[in-house]
Design a binder for this molecule. Structure first.
Ligand code: FAD
Ligand code: EPU
Length: 342
């Protein structure tokens, strides 16, 4: 174990969150090994502070200076941890960049994660909200993860059932958020790859599923092109991707809504419910491209709120509440935020 921790005081988080919100951390530690976390737990003063486990800051809204210890997960490393007849097991450390990891698996000829290309952030945060895009979710090829438990000081293994994955959700967002720091994640990538072209926009740009030209790399490249066309780049304008989850309703509720608004986009779910495109609801309420001060609604994707300059977290929240109220008044649906408010 390391004797002393390099704790920094009053560190700006502006470059460490993709919204570009200007907030400070009272104390900050770049975590490079599990021993750093053990040392935090062993230190009474550090252990007593409020704690934020930080990855790439791409699913966070900082609402104020953080009055505690930010643990920036910086562990790196990725490797094949096992193989069997069915799968290649790959493990990556929490601080690895998610997209670089996906491209590394594809570069090695292993399919499975390609639909999740270009999602910002780290490997360690990816299970927290069971990241999803273009008809795929992390849980499909997830095998297990290792997490440090701040309550016990132990490292615990979570399998898929333990994680209780759901749409943009997992045990790490439910009971006791902040109790665990995910250290590494293992995926079981199938030897028999089958492309997932369920998303119509994706299928439209790719060869037929039986064509040998259809490789994990071809799917990944197509996803990258779609995402670059539709979503604002946080390097150009601050944002955290979708600001709200798409609301889920029963088939009966969706039928009623559809009768009143025939063009409302909805997606049937395996459990019989329907998921409604929140971007459409927000656009119908006239918010697309609108600004309130420096807080704005993206002009190409109404589900994405943006920081057009010096917006504070409070200003983004205030805009989001006006949107929530308008959508509720018009459609009777309440939009739940997706990013974590800190
Ligand atoms: P952070 O923002 O740093 O943290 C998010 C949460 O996870 C916080 O509660 C934090 O405490 C916790 N956390 C972070 N690391 C750990 C860890 N190692 N252990 C325990 N808890 C941890 N998401 C999707 O699902 N699909 C998309 O298509 C998508 N597109 C996006 C597009 C853009 C342009 C942007 C900006 C975001 C998008 N997102 C999307 C959201 C975001 O990229 C993901 O949620 C991502 O997994 C967040 O990773 P992060 O490392 O930035 O997490
Ligand atoms: N739409 C509009 N106006 C808009 C935006 C969208 O009418 O301004 C309608 C369109 O009909 C479109 C439909 O909404 O066909 C769906 O839009 P899109 O394909 O862009 O997807 P989304 O539902 O807005 C979700 C995820 C994204 C993910 C994409 C692709 C959520 C909350 N968001 O967005 O995830 O990348 O699908 O799978 O589920 C994120 O979580 O941060 C994120 C970006």
């Amino acid at each position: 174990m390391r004797d002393t921790l390099s704790i920094q005081a009053d560190v700006s988080l502006q470059k460490l969150n993709t919204f570009g919100i200007d907030a400070k951390a009272r104390a900050f530690l770049a975590v490079r090994s599990v021993d750093d976390l053990r040392a935090v737990v062993a230190d009474e003063a550090l252990c007593a502070m409020p704690r934020l486990v930080l990855g790439g800051g791409s699913n966070l809204l900082l609402t104020r200076d953080f009055p505690g210890l930010v643990l920036h997960m910086c562990m790196t490393g990725k490797s094949v941890s096992d193989e069997d007849d069915a799968a290649i097991y790959v493990t990556a450390a929490a601080g690895e960049n998610w997209h670089d990891f996906v491209r590394w698996t594809i570069g090695n000829g292993w399919g499975g994660l390609e639909n999740l290309s270009l999602i910002p952030g780290t490997v360690g945060a990816a299970p927290v909200q069971n990241i999803g895009a273009y008809g795929a979710e992390l849980r499909e090829y997830f095998h297990s993860l290792q997490a440090f438990d701040f309550h016990t000081g132990d490292v615990r293994t979570f399998n898929r059932e333990d994680c209780r994955f759901a749409y943009r959700d997992s045990v790490f967002r439910q009971a006791e958020p902040g109790r665990f720091a995910i250290l590494s994640v293992t995926f079981a990538l199938p030897r028999q790859w089958r492309p997932n072209l369920a998303w119509p926009e994706l299928a439209a740009t790719l060869p037929d599923a039986t064509d040998p030209a259809l490789t994990p790399k071809a799917v990944s490249d197509a996803i990258i092109a779609i995402r670059q066309r539709k979503l604002p780049d946080p390097a150009q304008i601050g944002n955290a991707g979708s600001f709200f989850k798409n609301p889920t309703v029963t088939a009966a509720v969706f039928e009623k809504l559809k009768a009143a608004w025939p063009t409302m986009p909805g997606y049937a779910q395996p459990d019989g419910n329907w998921r409604i495109a929140a971007g459409w609801l927000i656009e119908q309420c006239g918010w697309k491209g609108k600004n309130v001060g420096d807080a704005g609604v993206c002009e190409t994707q109404a589900l994405v709120l943006v920081n057009r300059g010096l917006a504070s977290g409070a200003e983004i929240i205030s805009l989001s509440q006006r949107i929530q109220e308008d959508v509720k008044a018009r459609f009777g649906l309440w939009l739940e935020p997706e990013p974590v408010f800190v």
